[in-house]
Design a protein around this ligand. Structure first.
Ligand SMILES: C[S@@+](CC[C@H](N)C(=O)[O-])C[C@H]1O[C@@H](n2cnc3c(N)ncnc32)[C@H](O)[C@@H]1O
Length: 415
């Protein structure tokens, strides 16, 4: 198969890191690798597409662009979709689903637009396959078609990922507000702890004191150990016609051989959480992710836990708002009792002292550490009475956040 045009969507703000990762995985650069708004476009081979699915930690999915053209109405969409050789990608016996997204499209109804694209695909198959056409399945389709509409252009893609790539396959136990694995990886990249261009890690110990189900720590430990992000899951391309089992198994084998040989293998990673239930979840998730030996999880209040290493990087998305209440000594349940978080959630306090107390605890006990805190609260530095040395915009789904960096300097009131 000749080169294909892949589009890898990602969260806003992550494009440059994703471009670095894609460069490392495909070797493509220049006009073949473009960082666009909300994703990266790369011209590469089919085999590269499989590798991107298996290894990318930052992409939401890997799409192949099949058509791009102007439109004014639904008939133009029908014509564009009719011209695509869908029969190269799947058979009329398979099911499919179309997902349409739009930015400033003048069309009245996206549902109707989707319907016309569906008709075009079905009619094309019917004409080519003696009246047989694939049927729609919205929950577990064999293949997914994506349509993206702007004011006046439509792009049609076939998806190669299936379930979105943040689903790594190891998370079965999760708390109330788990972080997406792709966002955890983006935090690690933005902090410089992980370099997506070289695949290397800084080697500094990493600690998440509010680890919940363990996403940041597990993602970090997998990176340090060279474990491919998608090593535990299946992919949409396995059901597409160009799929060849031997090519895929060679790519997987190559990835397996790279595991453990990674230079950062010995990097210590720690997590703790005031909820012992969460620590159990994190531990089980780490076992499934193949990093149980590489991460040390413990129970305990972030306001009381002492540094697990002499220095390093603290990284967390702390409890925020109503969804996840503060537990431990600063929580409304108070008293530092184990399991106080559950109590905190049902009572009135908001743990408002948590952040100033956390800053005091860090200043006193974590001199020399660098802390990276992801929060939607833009006033967090003020609340913590710390001056951030960096602020990186990031999106947690639809929520605009900042990743703040605080450098802990002993005895300094400014942190
Ligand atoms: C937003 S969640 C973190 C989610 C996590 N990154 C994940 O992916 O699952 C915040 C976590 O902080 C924990 N927490 C609340 N108060 C705490 C405290 N005082 N000390 C340590 N952890 C606390 C909660 O139990 C919750 O798991």
């Amino acid at each position: 198969m000749n080169d294909l045009s892949f589009f890898l969507p990602c969260a806003a703000g992550v494009e440059e890191f994703l471009a670095q990762e894609v460069h490392a995985l495909t070797g493509r650069a220049g006009q073949d690798l473009l960082s666009l708004r909300g994703g990266v476009r790369v011209r590469a081979g089919w085999r590269d597409g499989l590798k991107l699915n298996l290894h990318s930690r930052l992409a939401q999915r890997v799409l192949v662009e099949l058509a791009h053209g102007p439109y004014r109405n639904e008939n133009d969409l029908y014509a564009l979709a009719s011209g695509v050789a869908w029969e190269i990608w799947f058979t009329p016996k398979q099911t499919f689903k179309i997902e349409t997204t739009a930015q400033h499209s003048p069309l009245q109804s996206l549902n109707f637009a989707t319907l016309r694209i569906k008709d075009a695909i079905a009619d094309r198959f019917r004409a080519k396959a003696n009246g047989v056409r694939p049927s729609i399945e919205t929950q577990w389709p064999d293949c997914r078609v994506f349509a993206h509409l702007t004011t006046d252009t439509c792009t049609l893609y076939i998806d190669t990922s299936g379930e979105p790539l943040f689903k790594r396959g190891w998370r079965q136990d999760k708390g109330d507000a788990p972080l997406k694995e792709t966002l955890a990886a983006a935090m690690l990249a933005a902090s410089g702890w992980w370099n997506p261009e070289t695949g290397e890690v800084s080697g500094q110990p990493l600690y998440d004191p509010c680890c919940g189900s363990g996403t940041i720590a597990i993602e970090a430990a997998q990176i340090a150990r060279g474990i491919a992000a998608g090593s535990l899951r299946r992919f949409g391309f396995e059901k597409l016609l160009p799929f060849q089992a031997h090519v895929w198994s060679a790519i997987r084998q190559e990835a397996k051989e790279g595991e453990g040989a990674a230079a950062g293998s010995g990097t210590p990673v720690f997590g703790s959480d005031v909820s012992h239930r969460m620590v159990d979840f994190a531990q089980r998730n780490a076992e499934r992710a193949g990093v149980a030996q590489a991460v040390e999880f413990r129970g305990g209040d972030a306001l009381q836990r002492m540094p697990p290493a002499e220095g390093g990087v603290i990284m967390l998305n702390p409890p925020y708002g109503e969804r996840i209440a503060v537990g431990g000594v600063a929580g409304a349940g108070g008293g530092g009792r184990p399991g106080a978080r559950e109590a905190a959630q049902s009572s009135e306090g908001d743990g408002g002292d948590f952040f100033p107390q956390l800053a005091t605890h860090w200043k006193k006990n974590y001199a020399g550490w660098t802390a990276w805190v992801l929060t939607p609260d833009l006033k967090l530095p003020k609340l913590m009475r710390l001056k951030e040395s960096r602020r990186v915009p990031m999106w947690n789904g639809p929520i605009e956040c900042r990743l703040f960096r605080f450098d802990m300097v002993a005895g300094s009131a400014r942190g």
